[in-house]
Design a protein around this ligand. Structure first.
Ligand code: EPU
Length: 420
């Protein structure tokens, strides 16, 4: 297994190119199952999750070829309907093949996706949506079995205890594209990745209105075709590099971004004293010596994303004063706190809130990555800590950050990957 070693204390300077969004490309790849023909997806990041999704598609008899950041995807005439445990259990987004499979084939058997250290991740909303469309669902031996003679459009309220669900909205939106009649998804997720998927489906011939709002309307069509699509930039990778610039008091220009997708973060960093300039598809971040503490509450888009909670926590750990970070999407998503404490952070957990007293310095230490975004938070802390930080179990990072060491090294960080 690999570890990442960082010598902290270098200011990041220069330019960084942001990759395509992981959480967009994964459902888009699932959506290619709906097409009768080849799709070409561009701006695809080279990530372990993308490779896993490709393996799942191949298991379902989809022909997939990859050429740099382009993927050519062509479903066979007779698709298979079973997505196996071994692959689906490693990645939540793979559950997104359920909607397209049942819509296209009238049946699907998909393993229940794995639990995760960020807390409970139920699938009730996915199932509620499919049932409303007329599917019969049974759960047996760890698999969700769905069958439907024909899916029929319906009005579906997709609200859970923590609000909307990104992947459930996507799964139902995909299933509804080939259903008979009109579907209305109320309390739909508004995330940019939902909008990107809706753009892709619309190019394929789907009739979708309202993506990006809480009410999405889909008028079912008979068939969909393969198309070309370029994936939107990854707003979470963008946010991670913005915080990297801020935490190192650096000066970084981020390219290939959609600045408005990061408005919640831009607002918080600006209040903390960081200088940020937005351009058409660039963001310039200039760190400052003296930062102010901020309170952050994670919320569905356009609120502050849970996927940047761990990273902003690292920044607040070295910001003088007291900050409160409250997690409203995954109340248990705080595994990074104990590892940050090893580095000298002063954080106290009270329910779903982290109360942080900023310290002058963090000190490098061996730490364990527990999930994708927690790993990113430890790397950020390592960039500014005194001495050497070793981050173990970095395979989590490879799920969601393309060429992280290379990009950070180009900005001046002392970071390398080694065998454990
Ligand atoms: N929820 C339910 N029932 C469901 C589904 C979700 O109650 O059937 C709850 C969840 O427990 C959570 C809330 O709804 O409290 C929101 O979860 P959501 O379903 O929106 O999460 P997701 O769609 O499974 C995606 C991202 C996550 C990101 C969340 C929230 C992908 C592949 N994953 O997950 O990304 O944290 O939305 O924005 O799109 C990551 O990239 O590191 C990551 C974890």
């Amino acid at each position: 297994m690999d570890k990442i070693t960082i010598e902290g204390g270098r200011r990041l300077r220069g330019d960084v190119e942001i990759s395509g969004a992981k959480n967009s490309v994964l459902p888009i790849l699932a959506a290619t199952l709906l097409a009768e023909g080849e799709s070409v997806i561009e701006n695809v990041p080279d990530l372990r999750d993308v490779s896993t999704m490709i393996k799942i598609l191949r298991t379902l008899r989809v022909h997939v070829a990859r050429e740099k950041d382009k993927i050519y995807v062509k479903p066979a005439r007779s698709l298979k309907h079973v997505a196996p445990y071994k692959l689906v259990s490693t990645m939540r987004a793979s559950f997104c093949v359920l909607g397209p499979l049942v819509s296209r084939l009238g049946k699907a058997e998909v393993s229940i996706p794995g639990g995760c250290v960020i807390g409970a991740r139920p699938i009730d909303l996915h199932l509620k949506g499919l049932k409303a469309l007329g599917a019969q669902i049974t759960i047996k031996h760890g698999y969700v079995n769905v069958s439907a003679h024909t899916l029929k459009g319906a009005d579906i309220f997709l609200g859970g205890t923590c609000g909307s669900s990104v992947l459930a909205t996507m799964n139902i939106m995909m299933a509804a594209t080939l259903a008979r009649g009109r579907t209305r998804i109320e309390n739909a997720a508004c995330e940019p990745e939902v909008v990107d998927l809706a753009h892709f489906l619309t190019k394929m011939g789907a009739h979708i209105k309202g993506a990006g709002s809480h009410l999405i309307e889909i008028q079912g069509v008979k068939k969909l075709k393969g198309v070309h699509h370029t994936v939107v930039p990854d707003r979470i990778e963008t946010g991670t590099y913005m915080i990297a610039a801020a935490i190192t008091r650096g000066d970084v220009m981020l390219h290939n971004v959609v600045p408005e997708h990061n408005n919640a973060l831009i607002d918080k960093l600006t209040r903390s004293g960081i200088a940020i300039k937005k351009y058409k598809n660039k963001i310039h971040v200039q760190g400052k010596q003296r930062l102010h503490p901020i309170d952050v509450t994670t919320l569905p888009y356009p609120g502050f994303p849970t996927d940047l909670q761990a990273q902003i926590t690292s920044l607040m750990c070295i910001t003088p004063g007291i900050s409160v970070i409250t997690e409203k999407i995954y109340p248990d998503r705080f595994i990074h706190i104990s590892e940050l404490s090893r580095m000298g952070a002063r954080v106290f957990l009270e329910g779903a809130s982290a109360i942080i007293t900023g310290v002058k310095k963090l000190s490098g230490a061996p730490v364990m990555a527990s999930d994708l975004r927690a790993s990113a938070a430890l790397i950020l802390a390592g960039l500014v800590a005194e001495g050497c930080t070793e981050v173990y179990r970095v395979y989590h990072l490879d799920r969601g950050y393309e060429r992280l060491e290379e990009k950070l090294s180009a900005l001046g960080a002392h970071i390398r990957r080694e065998k454990e």
